[in-house]
Design a binder for this molecule. Structure first.
Ligand SMILES: [Zn+2]
Length: 292
């Protein structure tokens, strides 16, 4: 069947009966023959790629290599250099890949055969621009499959010896951790079993977050342990770490996303770009790395 007319001002918009095939054109970007269509009603032409998310892109050949580079510790500027594109193209493509990955992740959650019965979650602290502007990434994993169920960036205030300096330099920083974490769990709640077992560390806000989204869940907490030398401060010295699934996922994030690596030149300039980067890593990790 021919696709529907995409012209909003056409009376046959979104209807297929007035469209017919109208030859091919060779797409310059990847040298593929693309089927073109014609609407008899509005006399406009469109093609098979008009409905794609990649529509009008000039460098679609770099999309897949860029996804792999960005999920393999390569920085924004170095990926641009390796692929022969500009830094701004990498940033624009990160947002595009994030949208595509989000659609794929939603499909992945919808396709899960049984709702998650055993989940662990934790927060990974990072920063935007400076250590005086910390960010928190809430990460939830399915212990059985090791799949990342959700990741959400939220803003938190500077803490410890930097707290006073941060307020003096940038003013009071809004803390939206509770709200963002609550909304994140609300988004994935349809894929979680009502009586899910949730394991976390002893963070004081976690019981409230769990109660708000999963009132019938069983919540188990474990005391924080000393980190081992490898594992970027996320893996623990205890060989029988009860929170191994989430700690290992955090270590994977630290080691696979250039901007999260500790003691390196890479860092996030904007929190929302970090969120886009995490969205595409979530897809890469679950569906390419783990092959779920
Ligand atoms: Zn039309």
């Amino acid at each position: 069947m021919n696709p529907a007319c995409p012209n909003l001002s056409c009376t046959s918009f979104n209807k297929t009966f007035n469209t017919r095939k109208d030859g091919f054109f060779k797409r310059a970007d990847d040298s593929r023959d693309i089927q073109r269509y014609y609407c008899r009603n509005c006399r406009k032409r469109f093609s098979k790629s008009t409905h794609c998310l990649e529509y009008m892109q000039k460098k679609r050949r770099v999309n897949t290599p860029l996804l792999k580079l960005l999920c393999s510790k390569v920085s924004i500027r170095r990926s641009a250099m390796l692929l022969g594109i500009s830094k701004n193209t990498v940033l624009a493509k990160t947002i595009f890949l994030s949208k595509k990955a989000t659609i794929e992740h939603e499909k992945f959650l919808a396709m899960m055969q049984t709702p998650v019965k055993h989940m662990q979650f934790d927060d990974l602290v990072t920063k935007e621009q400076t250590k005086l502007k910390p960010l928190s990434i809430t990460i939830a994993v399915d212990v059985k499959t090791r799949a990342i169920l959700a990741m959400q960036v939220s803003q938190i205030g500077a803490f410890g010896h930097l707290a006073k300096k941060a307020v003096a330099k940038y003013g009071t920083r809004r803390n939206n951790h509770f709200k963002k974490a609550k909304n994140m769990f609300a988004d994935i709640s349809s894929s979680i079993n009502e009586n899910v077992l949730i394991e976390t560390d002893e963070h004081k806000r976690y019981p409230d977050i769990i109660k708000a989204n999963f009132p019938n869940a069983i919540h188990k907490t474990y005391k924080g342990e000393k980190a081992c030398v490898v594992g970027q401060g996320e893996l623990k010295q205890n060989s029988n770490d009860p929170l191994f699934a989430i700690n290992h996922t955090c270590a994977m994030l630290r080691d696979n996303i250039g901007r999260l690596v500790r003691r390196s030149w890479g860092l996030s300039q904007k929190g929302y770009m970090l969120q886009h980067h995490l969205n595409l890593f979530k897809y890469f990790y679950n569906q390419i790395y783990l092959g779920l």
